[in-house]
Ligand binder design. Structure first.
Ligand SMILES: O=C(O)C1=C[C@@H](OP(=O)(O)O)[C@@H](O)[C@H](O)C1
Ligand SMILES: C=C(OP(=O)(O)O)C(=O)O
Length: 429
């Protein structure tokens, strides 16, 4: 529980960095590498704590996974070589590990007990448990299996046709993974297309899937074949420096090799709409994931409304966008974002409490937040509440707040961005 003392920045941020690998893609590279037969080398893997939990989970099943810095080598003979774990598996703080691995574990012929930290233990798992049970899964826990810890009695699953009531890539992915290991064709549809890294990676590991609009179908029983994976920079991490450059006069920042998958680039659309001075140079595509460099310069911005179908494309960026909104010209409205209440914290209340501690006025609503612009911020004593994205939001707010800021529980940032402060310092020099 480390406190970090932060001072306002004396000058604009400048320079070029590549942020660490995408968290969603890193998790999936381990899951697919373990399910595939052969040797998968993952480069630019995110060594954040959440992704390490996914590695630990497959090691507990007996898969050989070597990690040296941001390179990971998974040597697997596929799911038939997995062994029943003899100890409960710890998912830490990671919602993605929990939801996706429930889809896999439900289909393995083992008894597995899974648990998480205090935050994850409060997050809903029934969104995956209910449809997995429709496939034949046997999963038990408190409140009909709504919360971790859960005990999974693995079964041969049958295929499912399902429309997800929550706009969640974790739910879609858990069911596609369960479907891959089941008999027959599983077909998952959603109201709005959520991040599609699972679909991209299924194809790059040799599975055939059928994507039509917002419906994805996968045939069970396909054997994945190992392949190498390059993980693009995480746009959700880049978001903190994109916003920092828009907040601190004189800034010019380049974020190289950033993931530009269009199910993730809602933040770029919002920044453009607010009038940001930004260029995007897309130069590569790796295993279906678009990659490019983003250059952004300081310029005063105008307020906006963020709601509707764009929400899943920027869900994790809403804390840092809320901070940006305090400095825009006019009132910004964030709506249709009730899902924020089911993250590492209730992020609607965490964002509101954090901005208030910096002296800003904001109003939380059931599904979002209203943020007047042109507000001056004063240094605060603010806790991350154990939420990495709130921790990084506080650190960026400190750059423009008058006086010192003390960030409490800064360690949470290691969940998704262990080198955050190094990268921030590099842009301050
Ligand atoms: O599939 C994924 O990798 C993720 C999906 C999103 O969660 P939901 O599926 O709960 O929206 C996102 O917030 C999370 O950080 C990562
Ligand atoms: C919500 C997040 O992750 P997860 O659901 O994997 O805990 C996040 O990274 O902001």
């Amino acid at each position: 529980m480390t406190d970090v003392r932060l001072q306002p920045t004396a000058k604009g941020l400048s320079g070029s960095i590549t942020v660490p690998g995408d968290k969603s893609v890193s998790h999936r590279s381990i899951i697919f590498g373990a399910l595939a037969k052969g040797k998968t080398t993952v480069r630019h893997f995110l060594t954040g704590e959440d992704c390490l939990r996914t590695i630990d989970a497959f090691r507990a099943l007996g898969v050989s996974i070597e990690q040296g810095g941001d390179t990971v080598i998974i040597d697997s003979a596929g799911k038939d070589s997995f062994k029943e774990p003899t100890v409960p598996i710890y998912f830490g703080n990671s919602g993605t590990t929990a939801r996706l691995l429930l889809g896999v574990f439900a289909a393995l012929p083992f008894h597995i007990t899974v648990y998480g930290d205090a935050s994850l233990t409060k997050r809903p798992m029934d969104r995956v448990v209910i449809p997995l049970r429709q496939m034949g899964a046997k999963i038990n826990g408190r409140e009909q299996g709504k919360y971790l810890p859960l005990a999974i009695d693995g079964q041969k699953l049958s295929a499912l046709t399902y429309h997800t009531p929550v706009k969640s890539a974790q739910v879609k992915s858990a069911l596609l993974l369960g479907g891959l290991l089941a008999d027959g064709e599983t077909r998952i549809s959603e109201d709005v297309k959520t991040r599609d890294h699972t679909e991209q990676m299924l194809e790059s590991f040799g599975a055939s899937i059928d994507v039509a609009g917002t419906t994805v179908a996968v045939q069970g029983g396909q054997q994945l074949v190992a392949t190498d994976v390059y993980v693009p920079g995480d746009i959700s991490s880049a978001a903190f420096f994109l916003v920092a450059a828009c907040l601190v006069p004189g800034s010019e920042v380049v974020l190289t090799n950033t993931g530009l998958n269009d199910t993730r680039t809602g933040i770029l659309d919002v920044l453009k709409q607010m009038g940001a001075d930004m260029e995007i140079n897309e130069h590569d595509i790796q295993a279906g994931e678009r990659i490019g460099d983003i250059t952004i310069r300081y310029r005063p911005l105008k307020s906006t409304e963020i709601g509707g179908d764009i929400i899943p494309r920027l869900i994790d960026e809403l804390p840092i966008l809320a901070l940006l909104a305090t400095q825009a010209d006019g009132e910004t409205i964030i709506k249709d974002a009730e899902e924020l209440r089911y993250k590492e914290t209730d992020r609607i209340e965490a964002i509101a409490a954090t901005l208030r501690s910096f002296g800003a006025e904001v109003e939380s609503t059931p599904d979002g937040i209203r943020i007047p612009g042109n507000q001056s911020l004063k240094g605060a004593t603010a806790d991350s509440f154990g939420d990495h994205r709130i921790g990084m939001m506080i650190a960026i707010a400190s750059l423009i707040a008058k006086g010192e800021t003390i960030l409490g529980d800064a360690d949470s940032i290691n969940i998704s961005y262990p080198t955050f402060f190094e990268d921030l310092r590099a842009l301050q020099n």
